[in-house]
Design a protein around this ligand. Structure first.
Ligand code: AMP
Length: 330
């Protein structure tokens, strides 16, 4: 009511990928296209989390050890979008610690309500291509919209928790175009502790970071970036190459060989070429995109996505890396 928090109005639409069946939830907020800076405080170099506005502070010590505070997001698109922010400055590209992971998991367990079908997602955008806008270490969380099933939910359905080894690789859906690594978590939350979360996260992080080693020759400018997504049921890591589709440069197509012209043959009348459909969309993608929830700011992109939902998978691929489910780990 006093304007400390500015909720952006949006409409949402459920869609489905025709190839992978991946469910999408597209939030359309055209107001953001008019005021591009309204969703972040990146217009100044100040750290917005150093001295946050009192009205946004839910708890100054959410973990009861001085490590984290709980803030309301100042510029949410969805209601009750909260931030877990380190009290001391830490860099957003630093790895999650066992303490960070346990806090996130405990927070989810507190906020979830099975009877009311309320599930929460915690996510961490790490590195310049991950979609993060603030450098001060923060995890984020909001409720997964009711009746929205992510592709990770389907992938982990009925599967027991395991730690990856040479025989058992992390789960990866071979129908989506982008690389991702998922582990189911134990159904019984009392058996989840810091060690289990840390071993799960680091085993996925190891595979994620391998991408940056493997691609170093081809893309020497690549900077380590990835997303972490956590629910009560699973943890997922996604290596990232770009934060937005407009940064992606497709590989140049090999040139068509010149046609041989022989004198005897009469030239065939040229067929009229159909103009190629413009399939470029303008999307900025953070961790939530890899749970199928994307934010669209312009009408042109929105119209294209409504017509061809598979453009979302293409965008997730362009901002990530190729799926590796058919490759043996080395
Ligand atoms: P990310 O863009 O992933 O780094 O997340 C940063 C979040 O902080 C965004 O969702 C912003 O809306 C939010 N934010 C930006 N400035 C402030 C602020 N002054 N107080 C609280 N939240 C903010």
């Amino acid at each position: 009511k006093n304007g400390s928090l500015k909720l952006t109005e949006s409409t949402s639409k459920k869609l489905k990928d025709s190839v992978s069946g991946m469910p999408y939830l597209v939030n359309f907020a055209p107001i953001l296209a008019e005021k591009p800076e309204s969703n972040s405080s990146s217009e100044s170099n100040e750290d917005p989390f150093e001295n946050p506005c009192d009205d946004l502070i839910v708890s100054k010590d959410i973990n009861e050890d001085g490590s984290y505070k709980l803030l309301l997001n100042k510029y949410p698109i969805v209601p009750e979008h909260i931030l877990l922010v380190t009290n001391e400055f830490k860099d957003q590209s630093s790895a999650l610690t066992p303490n960070d992971l346990m806090l996130a998991y405990k927070f989810i367990c507190k906020m979830d309500n099975e009877d009311e079908n309320i599930r929460n997602l915690v996510f961490y955008n790490s590195g310049p291509a991950s979609g993060s806008s603030q450098n001060h270490k923060h995890l984020q969380s909001f409720k997964i919209p009711s009746n929205f099933i992510t592709f990770q939910d389907k992938l982990c359905s009925g599967k027991d928790h395991f730690l990856p080894n040479i025989k058992d690789e992390p789960l990866q859906d071979n129908k989506v175009a982008f690389a991702h690594f998922v582990l189911p978590l134990p159904e019984d939350s009392t058996s989840v502790d810091e060690d289990l979360l840390a071993m799960s996260y680091f085993s996925l992080l190891q595979r994620t970071l391998t991408f940056f080693q493997d691609w170093l020759n081809e893309k020497p400018d690549l900077v380590k970036s990835y997303n972490v997504l956590l629910t009560k049921n699973w943890i997922c890591l996604v290596p990232r190459s770009h934060s937005k589709t407009s940064d992606y440069k497709p590989e140049p197509k090999p040139e068509e060989p010149m046609e041989k012209i022989t004198e005897e043959t009469e030239e065939e009348p040229k067929k009229e070429e159909e103009p190629e459909e413009d399939l470029t969309v303008d999307l900025s993608i953070n961790a939530t995109g890899y749970a199928g929830m994307v934010l669209v700011k312009d009408q042109e992109t929105y119209d294209k996505i409504l017509k061809t939902p598979d453009l979302i998978d293409k965008s997730l691929f362009e901002c990530g890396f190729p799926n590796t489910s058919d490759k043996r780990p080395n």
